[in-house]
Design a protein around this ligand. Structure first.
Ligand SMILES: [Fe+2]
Length: 236
């Protein structure tokens, strides 16, 4: 991968909150090369192995259990940020597309700025934004990872007002009714907000600012869909 392409992608990531590299050289002979994956990923940060004990995590359907976390089952995924259950989530998420689903599984992207703007136009949005800025929100780690991190994490804000976001709906900790209502208003806003939909191609690398941009995916059933995920710390 040429250094100029990585530099362009880093600029776009900083400006937009996400970027895509096309035809990236990590699939020699159609098969993923772990060294190639990490070489490209390190253009955006320092790989993290905190969850799952490895730097490269394969995102593919491995279970039909409906409560399983997004990366090991088929189906859609609502807008979320990764590692929201840690006090400090990784800064960047790279998704290396090995084999797109034959029937969906498109990546959806939405910036915190666009979420706030959408909620600002909602009659219930202002109150919801106040509650989403309060440090009262907690998340449970997926059981595929260890539960060690959960106890130490203090409650956090969802949208603290600095352009960042931390969110996932399905593993939220217990909420009082006003905050449960704010969660409903936010989820409704996420469905209306102007998201970007990316059709995946083998060789794509989707690079996401995990503090400023939510990601999700459209439904799919294809058991052969396969991505490789690398989470990164920006302090290289
Ligand atoms: Fe994710």
């Amino acid at each position: 991968m040429r250094e100029t392409e990585i530099l362009r992608a880093r600029d776009e990531l900083a400006a937009c909150g996400w970027t895509v590299l096309e035809d990236a050289p990590f699939l020699p002979h159609g098969r993923p090369d772990p060294e190639g994956v990490l070489r490209i990923a390190t253009g955006f940060g320092r790989p993290s192995s905190r969850d799952g004990g490895r730097e490269i995590w394969t995102v593919t359907p491995r279970t039909t259990r409906p409560g399983a976390t997004f990366s090991i089952r088929a189906g859609g995924a609502g807008f979320h940020t990764d590692a929201q259950y840690h006090s400090r989530p990784e800064d960047v998420v790279c998704l290396f597309v090995v084999r797109p689903a034959a029937d969906g599984g498109d990546t959806m992207l939405l910036t915190a700025r666009d979420v706030v703007a959408t909620l600002g136009r909602d009659p219930a949005g202002e109150v919801a934004l106040e509650r989403l800025a309060q440090p009262v929100w907690t998340w449970t780690p997926p059981d595929v990872f260890t539960g060690k991190a959960a106890a130490a994490v203090p409650p956090m804000p969802v949208l603290p007002g600095d352009g960042t976001v931390r969110w996932r709906r399905d593993n939220l900790g217990p909420l009082r009714p006003p905050h449960a209502h704010a969660a409903t208003v936010l989820e409704s806003g996420l469905r209306r907000a102007p998201a970007t939909r990316l059709r995946q191609h083998p060789g794509d690398v989707i690079v996401i600012d995990n503090h400023r941009t939510l990601h999700g995916r459209t439904p799919f059933a294809d058991p052969e869909r396969r991505l490789l995920r690398v989470r990164l710390w920006a302090d290289r």
